[in-house]
Design a protein around this ligand. Sequence first.
Ligand code: TA6
Length: 313
Amino acid sequence: MKTKITTVTLNAAIDKTYYLPALAKGKVVRAEQVLSMAGGKGVNVARVLRQLGHPEVAATGFASGYNGQFIIDQVKEIGIESEFVGASGESRLCLNFIDRSDGSSTEVLEPGPEILTEHLDNFKRKLRHLGEESGLVIFSGSIPKGLSSGLYAELIEIARSAGAEIFLDASGEPLVHGLAAKPSFIKPNVDEIVPLLAGMGELDLYDGVCSLMEKGIPNVIVTLGGEGAVAGIEGKLYRVQIPKIKPINTVGSGDAFVAGFAYGYARDWPAADRLRYAAAAGCANALSPAAGDVRRSDHEEILRHVRVEEWSR
Ligand code: TA6
């Protein structure tokens, strides 16, 4: 597989995390600490890939206005090739208020700018080119206003016909439509898996994961928060158990999981090793105060405590 991994974030963002003494509704609250990170799911995946040591990572999607420039500058600073396409308006802010009195997290996500046809056409050209250069293209996150919820299926076809393998981390309609293009990897959570299994009756995770693999998706991961994950990889099922940690900020943990899995996938590691690496990255992200941020030392430490075993019935 070619070394370069490209991540696609159609709705890039600045992820701002506010640490508050307490989140009191209807009151003036003074933040104790504020962190700003270039974000949106794909940007988080790109950053964590770099933090884990992947040498060649490109980030594309739409980035516009002052916020877009912030995203592009920060991405470049950490050695990611910035391939964002401009759009009208301002890239969005995604806010996460962490209440230190009880540790809760409240997210407010802006919708982001509307994307016009001319910008989408520019993006498709860019994607074709990046698909030719990349071993893997990872599509993550929501689809901005102005674009069809079926867009991922078309974009996946463009990147795949250019030669790349495809991961898709989306939810709702974009995931349902994207599935038709048979990405190599999806990562729904338990709520997100239900609409993918229409007609299957009451959800049984084991059968659900098997049926998605039978539909032609070789890597199906269902994340279970603090309970780890279950996975179907190339016909076999696995349970992933993670150590108990004291999370600081879980925003971006799913993206860190995707990055860890992609790191192992690009190196053709056995399934259990990919899963261990991915789960450790998800946990390590939760130990950092910033969103979509993994410290190597945390990752290495947690890696020793993640358990992956085959799951059979
Ligand atoms: O996964 C966390 C996160 O990436 C946040 O950083 C925030 O930007 C949000 O997700 C965006 O998700 P969306 O699905 O709206 O693209």
